[in-house]
Design a protein. Sequence first.
Length: 132
Amino acid sequence: KFAEIQSMDFTVECAVDAGADQVSGEFAVLYDNSSGAGSTSVLLSNVDLVLTQGASAMKWNIKPSPAASGIVGAGLTSTITHNNITGTGTGTGDPCDFCTGTMTLEVDFTFEDDAGAVQSDTFGPFAVKCNP
């Protein structure tokens, strides 16, 4: 597996109506090309936080920065922390409705080569953190 999520730390802002900035945070990804014969890189083509509480669920999509792994040389690894870009969050509901629920990070990585294969990884679930 070339891309593997290592950690995440996201907070839902509920003290004010933060709109597109309602969820903020970061996640770290290990890019492992230790068995690769050539350099490779991936784009983070889709990043969703899936919030669940009881029978209810919603997705909150974010745009990451940086939006790619950068080139990882043959035989090398790299760990990069990605943040969500301010003002880019969109969702199918109100994340503040899930403050006693869980969140799981889902990321699609698209290889930047002719084949454009997609690899996905998930991390979680973890308790949703809300302010206040």
